[in-house]
Write a protein that binds this ligand. Sequence first.
Ligand SMILES: Cc1ncc(COP(=O)(O)O)c(C=O)c1O
Length: 356
Amino acid sequence: MKPAVYESIAECIGNTPVVELHDSLIPKGKRLLLKLEYYNPTFSIKDRTALGLVQALMSVGRLAKGGTLIESTSGNLGKSLALLGAVYGFRVIVVVDAKTPASVIRWCEAYGAEIEMVHETDENGGYQKTRVARVQRLLEKYPDAVWPNQYDNEDNPKFHYQTTGEEVAALQMDAVVGSVSTGGHLCGLGRKIREKRPGTTIVACDVEGSAVFGGAFHAYLVNGAGLSWRSRNTDLQVLDKICISTDQEAISACRLLARDNSLLVGGSAGLVICGALASLMQSDTKSAVAIIPDTGANYLDQIYDNAWLVTKGIELLTRAQLDECLTTKLILEAPALRSGNGIWLVDNEELLPVSE
Ligand SMILES: Cc1ncc(COP(=O)(O)O)c(C=O)c1O
C-alpha cells in the first residue's frame, strides 16, 4: 500500500487509534476500548475542536491569513489554535492562567502564538471567568480580531458531531464515556451516537469541584475537565449518566494506567477511566468506549511527579482502594438534572441541589 502523504499537519487531525484496555479492574467478560485522542498533532482532542472552530470562521470569511484570533483556554486549545495559526498564517493570542503548565505555554509560543496570563481568580476561585473578561478587553483593543468562544459556539460540538462522532459510532459498544468542560466533544459526538446507535448510554465524567453539573465550585487539580459554570455547549439532552470523581481517584487511575498498562494519559482521562470502570462494574453495560482527551506528557511535572503530589496533599490510592471506590461510586441519572428539580450527590455525605 502507498503511504499517505498529507498537504499539511492540519490534515493529520482525527482518525485516532482505539486500544483495548486489559486490566483486572474490568469485570470478567466485559470490554473497555480507549480512543486515544493524544494521537492528534498537539496530543489532544482540542486539535479537532480548534480545526472545527477555525474552518467555520474561515468558511464565512471572518478569519483569513493575516487576521487575529483570541481565545481563552486552560492550555490544550491554545496549542491547537497556535498550530493552526502557523498553518494558515493568522495571529493567535492565547489567554491562559496560573494553572496552565509552563510547557504548554512554551509550546504555544513555539508556534508563534502570544500569551496573555491571568493571575486573578474569579469569585468562584477559578480562572475561567477572569480569562473570558481578559478576552473581552483584548477584543476592544483589537476590534478586527475574532473570538471563537469555545464555550458557546455551536461549531464546537458540530465538528465533533460530524467527525469524532462518525469515528466513535463505527465501534461496537453499549456505552460511550467522556469528560466535560465546554461539553463540545462529548455532546457533539454523543448526538451522532444517539442517531446512529440508539440505546447506547452516554456517560459524562467531571471532577469534584467543577460546577458543570450543579455542584458548588471549588478549586481542583485535574486540568482540562470541569468549569465554574455550565457552558451552552453542554447539552444535557444528550447525556444519560453523570459520574463525578475526585482529583485523588483520577490521578490514581492515571498512575495505574501508566505503570500497569503503558498508557500515559492526562488527568481528565483519569476521570473518564474512573467513570468507565464504575459503569462496567455497576451496570449490565458489557462494553464501553472511553474518550481519552490528552497525554500525560503534558503533566509530567504535576500528576506524574510524586513531590508535586505531596505538596498538593494527594496520596495515591492502591489498586484495591481504587477498586473499592469505583465499585461504590455514585453514578447519577442525567434526566434528574434535565428536569431541574432533581438532586444529586457529590459524594456519599454531601447532598446538593441542582442549580439550572
Ligand atoms: C485535557 C482535556 N480534557 C477534557 C477537556 C474537555 O473537553 P470539552 O471542552 O470538549 O468538554 C478538555 C478541554 O479543554 C481538555 O483539554
